[in-house]
Design a protein around this ligand. Structure first.
Ligand code: KE4
Length: 427
């Protein structure tokens, strides 16, 4: 069925889908106005049903690291689909995926596939609670780990976008087991362990928080978290749903040489199809059913199409220089933006690691959620629309992180920088 334009389709969507979207951040509520509807995507570009084309700096929130619709992934999924769409029976592709994750991420001795990042983090928390027989968990203000009840407390991403970091519907008794601390504040962590030490099952974090914009840990902070959790018998969980396989073969834990007990993954390992995974020490993972008493399951977990899509994508990333290329194109974008904003005397912080970046209109150092909130939101909203009008699509919220892909060319970056110059002149 073809619709005349996004505006008409959005009205229809709102009549049958809450808010017209299947995930809140897509609703453009933080920037005002209505979302467009996409018709197709290829490489670094997306096209909407209104005939507009944009350079895409979201990449479906992380999975499209090769760019959209990479032919190798399309072909592999097409071939696999001919053998069946889902089995609910062990299949070779899920074993190959598990072997690949264990091979790329040294801290992962065993791994279980899920169908989303939310399932991965929810399951990792349940596993840590079962393994330690403790109930409390620590998370950090602004970190987003999906929408499971225990973790939808002071969350980032879409929750933060709507200023509702604590969702309705989460029983106070659940939220009471979640201790929320400011990021990059060792004293706060020390105090929490001094008060609840032996009750804390797990400490979970995005090692590079990217759901309140991109925040980087202060030097030594991740090692400090590793030491204090070790000291208290607390399971350290790195949520690398976004950073895993994006910032290098071993994600942040590879860059920082800090080894968590459990890790969560998603996005890139599904090649755009629904996926999640959690893994780590076999001693902990073996507490999962059917071996152990911690139940966890999923009809489509390890399904052949998501596994084949993810495996094909990872094999492409294994090719020489893939991560170096991502870093180079990221540096080219960062350098260009810095020159423009510095020349115009616009206060800003631009955080970037490899192909992940985030621009904040503030002169404050970005070290935690509070510093993120000092940014000029109005300036961001104006820039979002001015860039969209010029064919550049950035995240519709200042609490998100931008992504580059191997399909982004220097010409795309030059086009983007020109659009930025013009946009800043307008707003
Ligand atoms: P999903 O359940 O959306 O697959 O994954 C949840 C999740 C867990 N952990 C981290 C670090 C994540 O970034 C996410 C999901 N990321 C957001 C983007 N900020 C998904 C976008 C959306 O909610 O629509």
């Amino acid at each position: 069925m073809r619709y005349p334009n996004s505006a008409t389709l959005f009205e229809i969507a709102k009549s049958v889908i809450p808010g017209g979207v299947n995930s809140p951040v897509r609703a453009f509520r933080n920037v005002g106005g209505d979302p467009f509807f996409v018709r197709r995507a290829k490489g670094s570009r997306i096209e909407d049903i209104d005939g507009n084309s944009y350079i895409d700096y979201i990449g479906t929130w992380g999975p499209a690291i090769l760019g959209h619709a990479p032919i190798a992934v399309i072909d592999a999924v097409h071939q696999a689909a001919k053998n069946g769409l889902s089995f609910g029976i062990p299949n070779e592709h899920e074993v190959e995926m598990a072997q690949m994750i264990c091979s790329w991420v040294p801290s992962v001795e065993k791994v279980r596939m899920t169908n989303s990042g939310t399932e991965a983090t929810m399951s990792a928390i349940r596993l840590a609670r079962g393994y330690t027989r403790r109930d409390k968990i620590i998370k950090f203000d602004g970190c987003y780990h999906g929408h499971s009840d225990s973790l939808l407390v002071a969350a980032g991403s879409g929750a933060l976008t709507f200023g509702e970091p604590d969702s309705a519907g989460v029983p106070a008794s659940f939220a009471a087991e979640t201790i929320v601390l400011p990021f990059n504040d060792p004293a706060a962590v020390e105090a929490a362990f001094a008060r609840w030490g032996e009750q804390i099952a797990a400490l979970i974090l995005e090692p590079y928080p990217a759901n309140a914009g991109l925040i980087l840990p202060l030097p030594g902070y991740l090692s400090f978290l590793r030491e204090i959790t070790e000291r208290h018998g607390c399971v350290l969980i790195f949520d690398e749903v976004m950073t895993g396989f994006r910032l290098g073969k071993a994600g942040v834990q590879g860059l920082e040489c800090v080894t968590p007990d459990l890790s969560c993954f998603g996005k890139v390992i599904g090649g755009g199809l629904p996926v999640g995974a959690f893994g780590g020490k076999a001693e902990i993972m073996d507490w999962l059913a059917p071996l152990g008493p911690v139940y966890q399951a999923g009809t489509l977990s390890g399904n052949p199409l998501a596994m084949v899509a993810g495996l094909t994508q990872l094999h492409e990333l294994e090719k020489t220089g893939a991560y170096e290329k991502l870093d180079q194109i990221g540096a080219y974008l960062q350098g260009g933006i810095e020159i423009i904003l510095t020349e115009k005397g616009i206060p800003h912080r631009l955080n970037r690691v490899g192909s992940m970046f985030c621009l904040f209109f503030t002169d404050q150092e970005i070290i935690n959620l509070e510093s993120v909130k000092t940014q000029d939101m109005s300036m961001f909203r104006k820039l979002f629309w001015a860039l969209l009008d010029r064919g550049v699509y950035i995240a519709p919220s200042p609490y998100e992180t931008g992504f580059l892909s191997l399909a982004h060319s220097r010409e795309d970056i030059d086009f983007t920088l020109e659009a930025l110059e013009q946009a800043l002149a307008e707003i």
